[in-house]
Every structure is written in C-alpha cells, then in structure tokens.
Design a protein around this ligand. Structure first.
Ligand SMILES: *Cc1c(COP(=O)(O)O)cnc(C)c1O
Length: 365
C-alpha cells in the first residue's frame, strides 16, 4: 500500500470506547454506562445557555469569567486555572507537555483508559503498576518510577473501580516522587466525595511545583455534552498547558453554562446527596443477594463496579440488563471481563436493576 503511514506509536493505540446508549439492535436503552448525572443539568445552567454569546462570534479564548467563577468557588488564583475541552484535553496536554518518545508515563492497572492513549499519543511508553485488590497501590506505583518517568496519572476516585486514595496516601505518593515528575490528580469525581474526606489534591497543587489537578463539568454538573474541564497547578504548569491547548477550546455555550453551573452549589449538593443515598441503597441490595458471587467494590464515585464470580457472569448480566432496557458498561477491553460498571441512576432505576440482577442470578443458580 502507498498512502501516508501513521507514526508507529499512533498505530499502537486502541481507540477509547465510549459508553453505549443503544442496544445491539439499535433500540434506545436507559443509559447507565457513562457516569452521567441522572438529575440532568442545573436549571440555572440551562437558562444560561439561551443567554450565551452569539454563535457567529469566537468564544473568549481565555474563558475569563468562567475561570474567575471557578477560582472563587475553590479559593484559587484565577491565573492558576486552565480550561480544557473536557478534562480529557487537559490529560492529553499534560502528557504531551511533559513526556515524549523514550519517556515513561505511569499509572495504575484498572484506571482510566485515556491515560494509556495519552501516553502513546505523544510517543511515550505507558507503564502500568499492579493494583491492590482493584484499588491504587502507592508502593507499586513508586516501585515503578524510573529515571524515564515524566508523568504519573492518578484518578481519585478512580474510574472504573470507584476506589479512593485517602489524603495521607495521596500525600505519600507525591512525597515519593522525584520533583521533576508531574503528578496529575484526575478529580473527575471529586465532588461526589464529602468535604470531610477530601484527598488534599488541590492543596498539593497549590503547594508544589509538580502537581496538576484536573476537574470536569461532565459528571456532577451534568454538562458532559458541553465539554468543559479545568485544571490547576503551579504557574509554570498552567503556562505549559495554555501554550498547547486549542486557542478557542471552550465554546460560548459551554462557558456560559459552566459559569452558571459552578455557582449553583445547591444543585451540586443535591446531586451528591442523591448519589450517596442511592449508591448505598444499591450496594446494600446487592450485598443482601447472598451467595451468588456478586461483589460490589466500595465506591466513592457515581457508579459501582460489580465483580461476578458465580454462575451469573458479568457478560450475561450485561446482556440480560440490555434485554431489560438498561445499558451498562461491561469491561473486557480493560482487563475486567468479570466486571460490570453501573452508573447510579434514579431510585426507581437502581431498584429495578437490583431486582433484575437478583432474578438473573436466581435463574442460573
Ligand atoms: C469522565 C472522566 C473524565 C472526564 O472527561 P471529560 O473529558 O471532562 O468529559 C476524566 N477522568 C476520568 C477518570 C473520568 O472518568
């Protein structure tokens, strides 16, 4: 074949697999596969969409008003806030800004699948540390730091497991890294964690030169479709990301909606409360199923990963739930063929799913 040949490291990438929203036959299903907010979007944000700047005009390249609002809510210097087209853009920029061919990008097994893509996209070598019973193993990560390590990614809470590294462990991970290694703390689900259990990521980012925290409007704020994320870290890091980000990377509507959303703290509190309540109820119902081999992993996020070790397999549960109208996330491509990740939906949805899982488990016992 003639024609242009992609770089070898690009050819090695397995494209990100998004959560599905329809069954194999194209039938629309209730979507609990992408960790979206079942409560939708803040009404204030929806109202702000109508008042957004004209689509014929380029957006503010610096998202100035939005950055000021984010900084106000989180007690940050707006100059140290950098915006992304989703936090996804920022994860890629972090890898691209600090790693390249010959360098290593380190993360845990069973963590966010974008880290592997981000590492390969810039020609760096992805390095996976073993997990500790599906959670992050700080010692295993530190043991794999080499003189080639340039970036360490940590999702906290982690996707797809829901596991959470407490403040002291995150501090220990940071303290064990060389100062010239960038630690990216991906806090996509941080708003689901109560303030008392804060992991201290923002404090680390404020106090050190080698920490970037990323956040997103896609999850608790219910703005996944608008693609807004932000990050904060030392000014040299923010400067690096600003040099290489898209110049108009947050649209007019996204800036307007995210600005209203970040100021609607009631919506965020309600979503956190709903999630904590329904997650606990769902897990309790699964645990009450008895000896069917379903193990819900402890989760601090807006989803639960269930491991299947009995007669009912994760694949059969995935297909059975799809037959009953629910699309969830089966994870064979992430090394978890025994795992089904289910986003916390409404109370009625979670009751129905728990009942379906019980019926399916009893039918094959
Ligand atoms: C959903 C998610 C993101 C957010 O991606 P966006 O690009 O902001 O929509 C980032 N990290 C993790 C771990 C996620 O699960």
């Amino acid at each position: 074949m003639s024609g242009p040949k992609p770089k070898s490291w690009i050819e090695a990438i397995h494209a990100y697999v998004p959560g599905k929203s329809a069954g194999a036959d194209g039938r629309p299903l209730i979507k609990l596969s992408a960790n979206e907010n079942p409560l939708g979007t803040s009404p204030a944000a929806l109202a702000a969409r109508a008042a957004a700047a004209e689509p014929s005009r380029y957006p503010d390249p610096d998202s100035k008003a939005l950055r000021a609002a984010i900084a106000e809510v989180h007690g940050l210097d707006p100059a140290l806030v950098v915006m992304g087209t989703g936090s996804d853009e920022l994860l890629h920029l972090a890898a691209q800004g600090y790693a390249g061919p010959g360098d290593e990008v380190l993360f845990s097994r069973f963590s966010f699948s974008v880290y592997d893509i981000a590492a390969r996209r810039c020609g760096a070598t992805p390095v996976e540390a073993p997990d500790a019973d599906f959670g992050t193993d700080v010692d295993a990560l530190l043991a794999l730091v080499s003189e080639r390590t340039r970036v360490v990614f940590l999702a906290n809470p982690n996707n797809p497991t829901g596991s959470y590294l407490p403040r002291a462990e995150l501090a220990r991970l940071h303290a064990g890294l060389p100062q010239d290694v960038l630690l990216v703390v991906d806090q996509a689900y941080a708003e689901y964690v109560g303030p008392a259990d804060d992991d201290g990521g923002l404090d680390l980012a404020a106090a050190h030169d080698n920490v970037l925290v990323t956040r997103t409007f896609s999850k608790i704020y219910g703005l996944a479709g608008e693609r807004v994320g932000w990050g904060t870290g030392a000014s040299a890091i923010v400067d690096t990301l600003n040099r290489i980000r898209g110049p108009f990377n947050v649209t007019n509507s996204a800036q307007a909606m995210a600005l209203a959303a970040v100021q609607d703290r009631q919506f965020v509190d309600d979503a956190r409360d709903h999630n904590a309540r329904e997650r606990a109820r769902f897990v309790a119902r699964l645990e009450a199923l008895g000896n069917h081999g379903l193990r819900p992993l402890p989760s601090e996020a807006n989803f639960v990963l269930i491991l299947f070790s009995g007669k009912l397999t994760a694949e059969a549960a995935y297909n059975g739930l799809a037959d009953r109208g629910y699309i969830t996330r089966w994870l064979p491509g992430q090394g978890l063929p025994q795992g089904l990740r289910i986003t916390i939906g409404t109370a009625e949805q979670m009751d129905e799913i728990a009942a379906h899982l019980r019926d399916m488990a009893e039918a094959v016992r």
